[in-house]
Design a binder for this molecule. Structure first.
Ligand code: HPA
Ligand code: ZN
Length: 319
């Protein structure tokens, strides 16, 4: 399939090839050998353990130039899958520890790599600054300040990742208010590890326009209807959900029913090497599981493009 793909839900560090992380760990003599399986892939048991492995992997990303290399490696993977535009979650918690000066340096390195990738690979990157929920609301405020100070054509959004089972969206309302006032567009992980009410909470208390995952809306059809009516966009990551055991297989994934009930679904990979996936694989598996043809994928790509947080000129250029 040659349709240009639009990806709206990708964690920059979570897209790091394991060989890249292992290489940096050797260079810097940081022992994280426990996070790798014998075949060199990332090894984790469940979502809680995944978050620990993820954080251990980020511990080798200690300099802006590491993020420059990381960004190029990630965009190379995405471009190889036919992705034309990607929005990546980037966390000041990992990029300079929420110090604004350091964050600017890391962001500069990421932006430079994005410019280079745009020129050499024809892929466009934008950033969604994202606090980590289980690090708590106080740290999220510092992240929001970093986001607000660097809002612009590259930093286009603000999100919330991490352990969905701790705290509530409302605890992060201050940060989301600050981000909104800075002109950032908003999204929040919800409805993956918690049920439909977590989606309602994020919509009401954070006033987000997109939901990261949101698939568990399917457990409450009144909510599904509301999402469809309000045009809320779901950043659905089927391969991630299946790899983490949320659904037993592709045919059992609710994306099909959500789509048929009129919800604006989009397709993303989340943390592709962790979940042994790529955008090309997501498209192939969905086509196979649901007999989806190019027309369906074209509609989903159009929804994704419309829901992208970039400015209209950028949207027109990648359309
Ligand atoms: N879900 C929630 N938080 C995360 C993820 C994810 O897939 N990846 C990195 N942080
Ligand atoms: Zn995610």
């Amino acid at each position: 399939m040659t349709l240009p793909k639009i990806e709206l839900h990708l964690h920059l560090e979570g897209a790091a090839p394991p060989a890249f992380i292992r290489g940096l760990s050797r260079e810097k003599k940081i022992d994280i050998s426990g996070i790798f399986a014998p075949d060199g892939s990332y090894a984790f048991r469940d979502f809680a353990h995944f978050l620990k492995v993820y954080e251990a992997a980020t511990s080798v990303l200690t300099r802006p130039e590491d993020y420059h290399r990381l960004t190029l490696a990630v965009l190379e993977q995405s471009a190889a899958s036919g992705v034309a535009y990607t929005e990546a979650f980037v966390s000041p918690d990992f990029c300079g520890g929420r110090d604004l000066g350091a964050w600017r340096e890391y962001l500069h390195a990421i932006t430079e790599a994005a410019t280079e990738a745009e020129r050499t690979m024809g892929i466009t990157l934008r950033a969604i600054v994202t606090p980590i929920r289980h690090f708590g609301p106080a740290r999220a405020k510092e992240v929001a300040l970093c986001a607000a100070e660097t809002a612009g054509p590259f930093v286009v959004g603000f999100g919330l990742a991490g352990d969905e089972t701790v705290l509530t969206p409302k605890d992060f309302a201050w940060s989301f208010d600050m981000a909104r006032e800075a002109g950032l567009r908003l999204t929040c992980h919800a409805g993956e590890w918690c049920g439909p009410d977590s989606i309602r909470d994020a919509l009401r208390d954070l006033r987000v326009e997109r939901i990261g995952h949101g698939v568990r809306a399917i457990e409450d059809l009144a909510l599904v209807d509301e999402l469809a009516e309000r045009g809320v966009v779901l950043e659905v990551c089927p391969g991630s959900n299946i790899a983490l055991g949320l659904y037993p297989g592709w045919r059992r994934h609710p994306i099909r029913e959500l789509f048929h009930r009129g919800v604006k679904v989009t397709i993303s990979t989340d943390d592709p090497p962790f979940f042994h996936t790529t955008m090309a694989r997501e498209y192939d598996r969905l086509a196979e599981a649901f007999d989806w043809d190019d027309g369906v994928f074209r509609q989903i790509a159009r929804t994704s493009l419309d829901a992208a947080f970039c400015d209209p000129d950028t949207r027109a250029r990648i359309a």
